[in-house]
Design a protein around this ligand. Structure first.
Ligand code: HDL
Ligand code: ZN
Length: 417
């Protein structure tokens, strides 16, 4: 039993710092997947968040076309010059690079990019991957594995080694909206009897395609990113029919949740390529109808607009088959992580997953989790201090239990539900 609030808050901070996290959504790949796994100074500096920031300050003469035609190291040099040396590195994505280099023991104060690059060049990726997971204290990360990518299908056909710290998800965005025709082509080429104008047989075949892929890669969940305007469930439209007649029946058959990432407005500025998407407010009533119609299914949800968060969190109180995760993308900034985590704790207790890294570059795991742990620690110190002041006496075990819950424990309980 803690004698005073100071001992309690020290225990809370230690628990947040030392509890293992499960990273429920990333874009990482196994080292055996060739260059698909991004890592090192030039990749972390050309993360699409930083590239888009570069174009907010770069000279007009630097067009996207010119930039993307440069070698990766020259692209990184431009980001380093404009965002870090001339810009002050104050954005979350820039500060993250500094945090990562610092945690790796690299010469950040000296701004020695050449020396930093040299250090990365000396690393062995298999050992470095294990080192990064250990530094970030992550038990496993869930990858993004597209069911409609030829490279992905080729990788899984070869049965190449995948470290235990990486698990799969089945990414199915292509089934929706303007991807449908490509999805039909991929499934048809793979021997599934599907038509552009879907009939009952087509929906059954889409379901079989998803089940077959699931048997091959054993995904933790199905996943899709859906735009704010496209997320229109419940009307007599293709989106609703694919969900009702193929995706959810397959997810229930396989026994996995459907992870919906809602609100990315695609290609607002296509010139920025991966960084070109914006954000839009989506209709939470669409999700409500989906939950009402699929009580036998389970849904993991994160939304991109800050404006959607309160309504979504209240909805999570109404449906036991809905689990919220992460402060996604444009919400993955301290000011919004703080607001969202407080709101979720105050409305849901520990029945949510506080964060995911969305890491595209291996090294990012270090900063994405270091930054989040600090914010979560400050919030939990406040919440436990309020409880202590009201006479509640949490034990060390209970604090550890609660921290683990929002760092992956509740996610795993939801998967087993
Ligand atoms: O669709 C997604 O999974 C998003 O996370 C996008 O990949 C986005 O580009 C991203 O990396 N956000 O962090
Ligand atoms: Zn992502």
């Amino acid at each position: 039993m803690f004698k005073n609030v100071n001992d309690l808050t020290d225990a809370v901070r230690k628990a947040v710092e030392t509890t293992v996290v499960t990273d429920v959504h990333t874009h990482l790949f196994p080292p055996s997947y060739d260059e698909a796994l991004l890592w090192g100074a030039d990749e972390i500096l050309t993360y699409h968040y930083l590239v888009t920031e570069l174009f907010t300050v770069a000279p007009h003469s630097l067009t996207c076309e010119k930039f993307f035609s440069l070698p990766k190291s020259a692209q990184a040099d431009l980001v380093w010059e404009h965002i870090f040396l001339k810009g002050g590195a104050l954005s979350e994505a820039a500060r993250g690079v500094i945090t990562t280099f610092n945690h790796l023991g690299l010469d950040v104060a000296g701004r020695d990019l050449a020396g930093i690059r040299k250090w990365f060049a000396e690393q062995n990726i298999d050992e470095y991957l294990a080192k990064v997971f250990e530094m970030a204290n992550i038990d496993y990360a869930v990858m993004t594995n597209s069911a409609f990518s030829a490279a992905e299908a080729d990788f899984w056909r070869q049965d190449l080694p995948v470290p235990d710290c990486l698990k799969t998800s089945l990414r199915i965005d292509t089934l929706f909206d303007d991807g449908w025709e490509k999805a039909v082509e991929v499934m048809s080429d793979a021997g599934y009897d599907v038509k552009i104008e879907p009939d009952d047989k087509t929906y059954d075949e889409v379901r079989r395609f998803l089940v077959d892929w699931s048997e091959r890669i054993k995904p933790v969940y199905f996943a899709a990113s859906i735009g704010p305007d496209e997320f229109a469930y419940g009307d007599d439209n293709p989106f609703t029919h694919v969900i009702d007649r193929a995706v959810m029946p397959a997810a229930v058959e396989v026994g996995v949740p459907f992870a919906l990432m809602i609100g990315a407005r695609g290609a607002v500025n296509p010139n920025l390529r991966a960084g070109g998407a914006g954000v839009g407010v989506a209709d939470v009533m669409s999700l409500t109808r989906m939950l009402q119609n699929h009580a036998d299914g389970k849904f993991l949800v994160t939304m991109l607009s800050r404006d959607n968060q309160h309504e979504l969190t209240v909805l999570a109180r109404k449906f036991g088959n809905l689990h919220l995760f992460g402060c996604w993308w444009y919400c993955n900034n301290p000011s919004i992580i703080d607001e969202m985590t407080r709101q979720r704790l105050e409305l849901l207790g520990t029945a949510f997953t506080s964060q995911h890294s969305d890491a595209r570059v291996l090294d990012q795991l270090i900063y994405k989790w270091s930054h989040t742990r600090k914010i979560v620690a400050d919030i939990l110190v406040e919440k436990y201090s309020d409880l202590f002041a009201a006479g509640w006496r949490p034990t060390q075990e209970e604090i550890t239990r609660d921290v683990r819950a929002i760092f992956g424990g509740s996610f795993e309980a939801f998967l087993e539900k």
